[in-house]
Write a protein that binds this ligand. Structure first.
Ligand code: ADP
Length: 576
């Protein structure tokens, strides 16, 4: 741009100089001619005015005299008679001069009173300008006064003019080139600044401004600044909305994967990585991510091919094992298309569903066993007369089974109450010593029957933040088990004290113990190590499950240590 401007300015200057020079030189020539003519006219007027009154002077002297008077003017004065005879000449002897009657200026002068001509002189051999006027002498004759001046000076002047002109033109051109170079630089400055700013914007820079320039460039730079401001505002708005969108997507509990029409990953949220596994940093397609991503890719491809959304459940081998509900669909809303997969972790829900159906099956089974037994004995009683002893034993069995049913329904009710978060009273506390004492008393008849000794050691005044009813349910289940699964003549040691701000209650027995492989499951509902023994003892399989729920209801925890054949110890920690 700068070079083009510089070239155009140089050409314009050069053309201007040439045109000016071409006009100036002939004009100067014309001026020179005009000036010469004026000088000749003035000389003639002077010569005529001075010679007339004298009269007597011979003609030869007249011309010489006239020339002498005009000394310094380089003029030649010639006096010519009407018949063309040269009477006198300021430079040459008239005797040797040819008749001048045919000279154009002389002829014109005799005809009209004045004449002129420019030609090469026969006498001097130079290019001369002639001016002639007629004058009537005192004797009545007419003579012609002619003045002439060499025009050789004009040629010299023109040559000088051309020489000076060319030098001047060259110097003017050099000066103009410097000026054009400087002006081009000054003029281009704002444009260059604008170009630089546009390049920075194209490179992604925001908030680019250019300095305000005067005149039209000022308007351009103002418009440019307004444009960059609007661009920056639009950019900020776009960034904000995409950040907001990314924030929403990343914050979702569901994982999201989006692909473009060529299968390249355009979005893969943090949650998606958590659920499906880590992604190699250079991966741009799902097949490069491997593992679980291949299954998702399969669903996305199906959705892309069919155009219909695909809903499927994916079971991931893990670890950790996971069940994902996946929704895959083709994206039709955007210009470039692509596909989208949204998946949620339904592992917990599925596990709960399985637990619920298992629970229903277990409850049904637990209810069915005593009911079948009751119905069986009633049938036996109805089938025929029995002796009194047999009948009583049947009634006793029916009573035991009915009690078992009662215990089962009581435990189920308690469990559902506790599971629904019912604490059985807010902000309550219970005295540990008193509660444990009562439980001991209620269990003592059975314990004593089997020779089992109770040892109770409780820190005086110890209280825990739980409802007395729930605390009673919790401890009774543990202490009952310690008696139920004890050996005859064994012992149960119950200790309770404050340790690091919590109440630590420990129930240790000398019973059959729990084999290590069962330890992890004894808190599950209906889980029993020895089904027959539990049933024999009137157990429901819900006791430890109730214990675990109560402990967690009050923010505590429970641990078990046990050795098969030696005994078990349950340690409960509860807030004070
Ligand atoms: P149950 O009504 O059968 O006693 P629990 O939930 O109270 O049900 O206990 C689950 C199982 O844990 C019991 O069936 C028993 O096998 C085992 N268990 C619980 N407490 C003890 C203990 N103190 N000693 C040995 N085994 C026990």
């Amino acid at each position: 741009m700068r070079r083009r401007f510089f070239r155009a300015a140089t050409l314009a200057i050069l053309a201007g100089l040439v045109v000016a020079f071409l006009f100036a030189v002939p004009l100067m020539g014309q001026l020179y001619t005009d000036e010469t003519e004026k000088r000749l006219d003035t000389a003639l007027a002077l010569v005529c005015g001075y010679s007339l009154p004298e009269g007597e002077q011979p003609y030869e002297r007249l011309a010489e005299d006239a020339a002498a008077r005009l000394a310094g003017e380089e003029l030649r004065i010639t006096l010519i008679a009407e018949d063309g005879t040269v009477l006198g000449d300021s430079e040459t002897d008239p005797a040797g001069m040819a008749n001048h009657a045919g000279r154009p200026e002389v002829r014109q002068a005799l005809e009209t009173g004045e004449g002129r001509d420019i030609r090469r002189s026969d006498t001097t051999g130079e290019r001369e300008m002639y001016r002639a006027v007629t004058q009537t002498m005192p004797d009545g004759s007419r003579v012609v006064f002619r003045a002439s001046l060499s025009l050789e000076g004009e040629g010299r002047m023109q040559a000088t003019l051309w020489g000076c002109g060319l030098i001047g033109m060259f110097m003017g051109l050099v000066a103009a080139l410097f000026a054009a170079h400087y002006s081009a630089g000054r003029l281009m400055e704002p444009l260059q600044e604008l170009t630089g700013a546009a390049r920075r914007i194209a490179a992604g820079e925001t908030g680019v401004r250019v300095a305000a320039a005067p005149d039209e460039m000022g308007e351009l730079s103002g418009a440019f600044n307004r444009m960059t401001e609007r661009l920056a505002a639009a950019h900020a708005e776009l960034e904000y909305s995409s950040e907001r969108m990314a924030g929403i997507l990343q914050g979702m509990d569901d994982g999201v994967i989006a692909l473009d029409a060529d299968g390249r990953i355009t979005l893969l949220t943090r949650r998606a990585r958590e659920l499906l596994g880590a992604v190699p940093s250079e991966a741009s397609r799902l097949e490069e991510c491997g593992g679980n991503y291949l299954a998702v890719q399969g669903l996305l491809e199906r959705a892309m091919e069919s155009g219909e959304p695909v809903r499927e459940t994916l079971a991931l081998a893990g670890p950790p094992e996971r069940i994902l509900q996946v929704y895959a669909a083709r994206v039709k809303e955007t210009r470039e298309g692509g596909a989208l997969a949204v998946f949620s972790d339904v592992t917990r829900i599925r596990k709960l569903e399985i637990m619920r159906s298992e629970f229903v099956a277990n409850v049904t089974h637990e209810l069915k066993t005593p009911l079948t037994s009751i119905r069986g004995y009633i049938e036996l009683l109805k089938s025929g007369p029995r002796d009194e002893e047999t009948a009583r034993s049947f009634y006793e069995i029916i009573e035991i089974e009915a009690e078992r049913l009662q215990k089962l329904t009581d435990d189920l009710l308690q469990l559902s109450e506790i599971e629904s978060g019912a604490r059985g009273g807010e902000n309550e506390s219970v005295g540990v010593e008193e509660a444990l004492g009562q439980i001991c008393e209620s269990l003592r008849p059975e314990a004593e029957g089997r020779g089992i000794a109770f040892r109770l050691q409780v820190e005086p005044g110890l209280r825990v933040g739980a409802s007395p009813r729930r605390f009673h349910q919790l401890m009774k289940n543990l202490m009952e088990n310690a008696v139920k699964y004890n050996r005859d003549n064994g012992s149960v040691a119950v200790t309770a004290q404050k340790e690091r701000g919590v109440a630590v209650i420990r129930v240790a027995d000398t019973g059959i113990g729990i084999p290590a492989e069962h330890l992890g499951r004894i808190f599950e509902r209906f889980y029993r190590v020895d089904k027959g023994r539990s049933r024999e003892q009137g157990g429901t399989g819900l006791g430890l499950s109730i214990v675990k729920h109560i402990v967690s209801l009050y923010g505590g925890d429970i641990q078990v240590e046990s050795e098969a054949g030696t005994g078990s110890a349950f340690t409960v920690r509860l807030p004070l």
